[in-house]
Structure formats: structure tokens, C-alpha cells
Design a protein around this ligand. Sequence first.
Ligand SMILES: NC(=O)c1ccc[n+]([C@@H]2O[C@H](COP(=O)([O-])OP(=O)(O)OC[C@H]3O[C@@H](n4cnc5c(N)ncnc54)[C@H](OP(=O)(O)O)[C@@H]3O)[C@@H](O)[C@H]2O)c1
Length: 269
Amino acid sequence: MAFVDKYGPWALITGASAGIGAEFAHQLAVRGLNVALVARRGERLEALAEDIELKHDVRTLAIVADLTAADFLDTITAALDTRHVGLLVNNAGSGFTGAFLDHDLDAELNMLALNCRAPLILAHHFGRRMRDHRRGGIIMLASIAGIVPTPLFAHYSATKAWNRFLGEGLHEELARDGVDVVSLCPGLTRSEFFEHANVDPSGWPAPLRATIMTPKHVVKAGLKGLGKHSQVVPGLSYRMLMRASRLAPGSLPPWIVDRVMRFALPRTH
Ligand SMILES: NC(=O)c1ccc[n+]([C@@H]2O[C@H](COP(=O)([O-])OP(=O)(O)OC[C@H]3O[C@@H](n4cnc5c(N)ncnc54)[C@H](OP(=O)(O)O)[C@@H]3O)[C@@H](O)[C@H]2O)c1
């Protein structure tokens, strides 16, 4: 089945105003899907929508919504009206590094709402409609931090493990309904995420900086894996790292990551 027949006519992309989400919007438009773009910064969404409509023969819809708001689904469904979403990209997410006990609990709860509550509600709502149509796709943005527990990023890492598990479980469960689900697990990817996470790679050694990927690479890998795999880890170096971590005794990978994080985040430790 052609991509647009399987996953069209509309893709809903959360966190489309920047980074990986904006790149998803571009690459899905290239594949012929209309794109509904969700984020808080409306002017960014409007500019992206205009750019996409200029370059591709698709329609766009900008939906300004805060995904941590209790009623965000109402905002999205009202804006979509009768448009059918055949592909959900649960991409919006945020995280901040540093000592867990020094963080403000409200900020952690806000991250939990954005990274877990919102994708859960969206997957449930749009998954039901995809099941009714016996076709569709859901992409869950996890992370390699959702594969290896990450000290000094512990709660974020846990939220990404949650997304990875939900995606991989649903991959098997929804296959019978004709719905493809994949957990996309990028490593370091250049975007606004670094700034929010309080990460500054400029002082890192060149081999570590060389592992930083582009959103283009990540999205291409994710779309290639949709309908084929339950989990995608973009980049050969990250795939090798993940394989090695699976072979190591359970406590070793977090121990190593703890040392790397303390080195990479000198301002927090
Ligand atoms: N970059 C990395 O190294 C990396 C690695 C692994 C996984 N990831 C995952 O990839 C996903 C995308 O990250 P990115 O790197 O593209 O980050 P980014 O450049 O910081 O983009 C985050 C997006 O989420 C949106 N967002 C944040 N809070 C929101 C809220 N309350 N309501 C609605 N939208 C909100 C932002 O838009 P507004 O501010 O306009 O709302 C923005 O569009 C995240 O789930 C992240 O965990 C990133």
C-alpha cells in the first residue's frame, strides 16, 4: 500500500515548531501527507505551514496547544474538525539534566504530563480511530536514554523508557488491527532540546561531539522503520552502543553513563 494510503490523509505531529518535529512535518509532506502541526508557539507553526505549502502539494493546519493543559485534546479535536489522522507522531517532549533531588517537583510533574500523559491520551484517542479504519501508524519518540538508565537525567530517562515500552507493546498489539507502531530512540540530536536540557556540547571531546545527529537523519530512520520494526535506534554508533549495553551486567551501563554525565555536565557537578 502506498504511504499516503496507509497513513494519510493527515499526520498529526506534536512539537512541530522546532527540531525533530519540524523535520517530521517536512518529510511527511514530501511523502504526500497533509500535516497538522501542534505546539505552543503559533507564529513558528504558521511559518512552517506556509513554507511546507509553498514547497509541497499538501494542506497544513497549525494548532496552538499546550500539551500539559488538562483539556489539550479538546483543543486538538476541535481544530481538526472532520480531518482524519492516519499517522500520529508523538514527538513533543522535554527534559532537564541535573541532580534529581535539587529539581523542583512541579517541573518534574510538568515533564511527566508532557512526555507521558499527552502521548498516552493521543495514542488512545487516535489509535481507536485508526483501529476503526484498520490502518494507520503511531510513532513514539523515546530515546537511547530510554534504553540505558541515565543518572543526572534520571526522570527524563524514565519517561523515555515509558514511551519505548508503550510503543513496543502496542507494536505487537495493534498489528492485528492494521496499525503500525514504532518507538524511535535517537541519541544526541542537534535541536533546541540541548538548551532546555542545560547541555552544552561545545566543550566536549571531538569523538563525543561527532555522535550528535541531525533531525533529518533521525526522522529518515524513523520513517524507514515504521511498519517494519518495533524499535529504531538511528545511527550505527548508537546501535553498537545499545548492543554492548545489553551484553553488559545490569549495573554497569548506568555506572558508565553516570561518569560520562558528570564529565559532560561540569556546571551541575
Ligand atoms: N534532541 C535530542 O538529543 C533528543 C534525543 C532523544 C530523544 N529526543 C526526543 O525527541 C523529541 C523532540 O525533541 P527535539 O530534540 O526536537 O526538541 P526541541 O527542539 O526542544 O523541540 C521540542 C518541541 O516540543 C514542543 N513542546 C514543548 N513543550 C510543549 C508543550 N507544553 N506543549 C506543546 N508542545 C510543547 C516545542 O514547541 P513549543 O515550545 O513551541 O511548544 C517543540 O516544538 C522529544 O520527545 C525528545 O525527548 C530528543
